[in-house]
Design a binder for this molecule. Sequence first.
Ligand SMILES: [Fe+2]
Ligand SMILES: [Fe+2]
Length: 209
Amino acid sequence: MTASRRSLVDHLLIAADEALRTLSGAASAARASPAREAKAGGDPRVSAGLMRVNHTGEICAQALYSGQALFARDDRVRAALQGAAAEERDHLAWCRGRLKELDAQPSALDPLWYAGSFALGVVSGIAGDRWSMGFLAETEAQVERHLEGHLDRLPADDARSRAIVTQMRDDEARHGSMGRALGAAELPLPVKAAMRMASRVMTRTAYYV
Ligand SMILES: [Fe+2]
Ligand SMILES: [Fe+2]
C-alpha cells in the first residue's frame, strides 16, 4: 500500500473512531461542566427538550469538524479544527450529562444527523480551506444566535442548563472568529439559507425525538 493510500486509510479509521465515540456517549469533557454547583429548577420537560436539541447540535459539530479536518490542506487549519473539536467535545459531554440529570434520552435520530453533517463537512473540506472556514464561520454564527434563543426559552430557574448554554455560546463565538482569522470566504446567500433550513428541521425534530 502506498504512503498516501495508507494515510487516507488511517484518517478514515480515525474518523470512524470519532463517530463511534461521539454517538456512543463515550466522549468525556476536558473542562469541568460550567453547571458546577448551579441549581436546577423550572419545568424539566422544557429543559430536556432544549438540551436534547443542543446535544444533537453538538453531535453535528463533531461530525462537521471531523469531515472538514479530513480534507484540510493547511496544517494551521487542521490544527484549528482539531482544537475547536476538542472544545465541542466538552459541549457534547456537558449536554449529555445534563440530559442524564433530566432523566432524558438523546435524540434517536442522532446517527442520521451525524452522517449528514459528516458528509457536509467532507464537501466543505474538499471545496478548499477558505470555503471550509467560511462554512465554519457561518455555522458558528448561526449556532450562536440559536443558543441566544435558547437562553430566552430555558426556564429562568434552570441555572444548570443556562450555565452550560452560556459557556457554549461564548466558545462558539470564538470558533467563528478563528474561522474568519483563517481566511473564511463569505458563503453565497442561498447556501446560508439552506443551512438555516436544515438546522430548523433538526431543532424542531430533536426537541421531541
Ligand atoms: Fe458547540
Ligand atoms: Fe463551535
